[in-house]
Design a protein around this ligand. Structure first.
Ligand SMILES: NC(=O)c1ccc[n+]([C@@H]2O[C@H](COP(=O)([O-])OP(=O)(O)OC[C@H]3O[C@@H](n4cnc5c(N)ncnc54)[C@H](OP(=O)(O)O)[C@@H]3O)[C@@H](O)[C@H]2O)c1
Length: 210
């Protein structure tokens, strides 16, 4: 069982919290608007509402906020994130959904990591799952893959255990710079949505053939 704090009260926060609770994890919801955090925690049942700016209760802190605000949120928490695992779910896409806003040679996760304490472990995960797909969970015997990237093997092992508790399949893609590739997968999904699939009820995963 993991203890997770989710920063944000939107679609991803709700989907992550719901699956995390179903997996037997302790969940704290933190919103910049305390009323919204309390409402979401109450609607979920079993979650608690934390206080924005106070030390998160969870060992794992999930940033379920837009990329534009994520590094600022991390800076604001500062030392309260020391020793914690910080999961970045953001897709730092341009407004036209045709590119990434991050500097060439970097990724959103790496930019967020620059704002985190040195002993926090930033892990990219969940950015390639649409929130309603995540909320629905695995269906018809198909597993849902959660691609992860991060530098610390122990942190990734703990994130993988958390992912498995949610009934999902962790797929380690490598070290944190691979977050750039995962963010491009997020972009790829938006391209597929616009040009071929024409809806968002799909997920990308790995088919292991042998
Ligand atoms: N939706 C998806 O299918 C999906 C899939 C994969 C990844 N993602 C990523 O997940 C993240 C959240 O997406 P979402 O769809 O959940 O968005 P959303 O429904 O719009 O929710 C965003 C949440 O972030 C909060 N927020 C915004 N700016 C903030 C700030 N500066 N400080 C603190 N909280 C802030 C909002 O708070 P208020 O309610 O107070 O405004 C809201 O609770 C994004 O980075 C997105 O790229 C989304």
């Amino acid at each position: 069982m993991s203890s997770v704090s989710i920063v944000g009260v939107g679609n991803m926060a709700a989907a992550l919290a719901d699956r995390a609770l179903a997996g037997g994890n302790a969940v704290e919801i933190i919103g910049r608007d305390p009323v919204k955090a309390k409402e979401l925690a109450a609607a979920l049942g079993g979650a608690t509402a934390g206080t924005a700016g106070a030390a998160p209760a969870g060992d794992i802190v999930i940033l379920a906020v837009p990329y534009a605000g994520a590094a600022t949120v991390v800076s604001e928490y500062g030392d309260a994130l020391r020793g914690k695992i910080v999961i970045d779910v953001t897709n730092p896409v341009t407004p036209d959904a045709k590119g990434l806003v991050t500097p060439e040679g970097s990724s959103g996760a790496q930019e967020i990591a620059k704002a985190a304490p040195a002993d926090a472990h930033v892990v990219k995960a969940f950015n390639t799952l649409f929130s309603h797909v995540l909320a629905a969970g695995p269906a018809e015997g198909r597993s849902l893959d959660v691609f992860i990237a991060g530098d610390d093997a122990q942190a990734k092992a703990r994130v993988s255990a958390f992912v498995e508790s949610m009934g999902l399949r962790p797929m380690d893609a490598g070290e944190l710079p691979m977050a750039r590739a995962l963010e491009n997968v997020g972009l790829l999904e938006l391209g597929l949505m616009a040009h071929s699939v024409k809806h968002t009820n799909f997920s990308l995963g790995v088919s292991i053939l042998s």
